[in-house]
Design a protein around this ligand. Structure first.
Ligand code: C5P
Length: 298
C-alpha cells in the first residue's frame, strides 16, 4: 500500500476505426486498432487520512469539470461500489490531452484512477472485474487496461492485444497529433453516422482487412489507416479534410487520419522525417491556437 501514487495516463489514437452498424442498445459495433501514445496526462492520488470514502479532484486546466461528472470520479465511485473500500482520496490531474479530441483523455484518466486506487487500497481487481468497471465508465476505457496496441471490438468492451509481430510494426512509430481549437462531441459524430447507414463499414470486410494486415509481416502501420467517422465529421467541419488535403498536396503525406470521433488528427511520420514543415502548414491552416504534439506509439 502507498500513501500517494503518480501515474502516467496516456492519450490514444485509433489507427483504424471501422464502425459496422448500430446495436439495439443504441451503441455502435466497431472494429478498431488503437494504440496508446508516449504523450499524456499525469494523475496523482493521495490518501487524505480520513476513512470517509470522500474523493475529490483538482485539475490545473481550466474548463475541465472536477465534479462527479469527471471520469476520474466516476471510476472512483465504481471502484468503491465494487470493493466497499472507504479510504478518502485526493486526486490531482495534470491535463495535457485536449478534450473533444478523440484522443481518449478522459477514458485514460478513468483507468489511471482505478489503478491508483488499487495501489492506495492494496486491493487488486481481478482482470475481468477491472474490465467490467472500465467498460461501465466508458466505451474507450477498457483499451487503457493494456499497455500497448490492441484490437477493440463490440462497443469497445472486447479487447485483444495485437500479436507480438503486428504490435512491433506499430510500437515506436512517430506521429504528429494536431487538433483545431474546436472539438467534436462523440455522441454527435455517431448520430451523424447513424443518419447515413449506407456509410457503415462492412463487418466481414473490415475483419478480413485486419486479419490480412496482422498476417502480413511486411505490412506497415500506414496500411491500417481508416476511419468510418471521417465522412460525417468532415462533412460538417470542412477545416479537417481541407488540412489533410494540404498535407497530401504540399508534403506528400498520405498517412494522415482523424482519431476516433475527432477533432484531433494525426500523421504517421517516417523515422527521420522533419515535422517542422508539416507543423507550419498545420498552423497556416488552423491558426496559432492549434494543439500540436509529436509522440510515439507506445
Ligand atoms: O461510452 P461513451 O460514453 O464513451 O460513449 C459516448 C457516446 O458515443 C455514446 O453515448 C454513443 O452515443 C456513442 N458511442 C456509440 N458507440 C460506441 C461508442 C460510443 O454509439 N461504440
Amino acid at each position: 500500500m502507498n500513501a500517494s501514487v503518480s501515474l502516467f495516463s496516456p492519450a490514444k489514437i485509433n489507427l483504424s476505426l471501422a464502425i459496422t452498424g448500430r446495436r439495439a442498445d443504441g451503441f455502435h459495433e466497431l472494429v478498431s486498432v488503437v494504440a496508446p501514445l508516449t504523450f499524456g496526462d499525469t494523475l496523482r492520488a493521495e490518501l487524505t487520512g480520513a476513512d470517509d470514502g470522500a474523493m475529490t479532484l483538482a485539475c490545473d486546466a481550466p474548463g475541465v469539470p472536477t465534479d462527479g461528472s469527471n471520469l476520474v470520479l466516476r471510476a472512483a465511485a465504481a471502484f468503491v461500489a465494487a470493493t466497499g473500500w472507504r479510504g478518502g482520496v485526493r486526486f490531482t490531474l495534470e491535463k495535457r490531452i485536449p478534450a473533444g479530441a478523440g484522443l481518449g483523455g478522459g477514458s485514460g484518466n478513468a483507468v489511471a484512477a482505478l489503478r491508483a486506487l488499487e495501489r492506495l487500497s492494496g486491493i487488486t481487481l481481478a482482470p475481468a472485474e477491472a474490465e467490467r468497471l472500465a467498460a461501465g465508465v466508458g466505451s474507450d476505457c477498457p483499451l487503457f487496461l493494456h499497455g500497448g496496441p490492441v484490437v477493440m471490438r463490440g462497443r469497445g468492451e472486447r479487447i485483444d492485444p495485437l500479436p507480438a509481430s503486428a504490435a512491433a510494426r506499430l510500437r515506436g512509430r512517430r506521429v504528429l497529433v494536431f487538433k483545431p481549437d474546436f472539438g467534436v462531441a462523440t455522441p454527435w459524430a455517431y448520430q451523424a453516422l447513424a443518419a447515413r447507414p449506407d456509410w457503415y463499414a462492412d463487418a466481414a470486410e473490415s475483419e478480413a482487412a485486419l486479419a490480412r494486415w496482422i498476417a502480413d509481416d511486411t505490412a506497415p502501420a500506414e496500411r491500417l489507416l481508416a476511419n468510418t467517422l471521417e465522412r460525417p465529421v468532415f462533412a460538417k467541419w470542412v477545416a479537417l479534410p481541407a488540412l489533410l488535403a494540404w498535407l497530401r498536396e504540399r508534403h506528400g503525406v498520405e498517412a494522415a487520419r482523424m482519431s476516433g470521433s475527432g477533432s484531433a488528427c494525426f500523421a504517421l511520420l517516417a523515422a527521420d522525417q522533419d515535422e517542422a514543415p508539416l507543423a507550419a502548414t498545420i498552423r497556416e491552416a488552423w491558426g496559432d491556437a492549434v494543439f500540436l504534439q509529436a509522440a510515439e506509439l507506445a
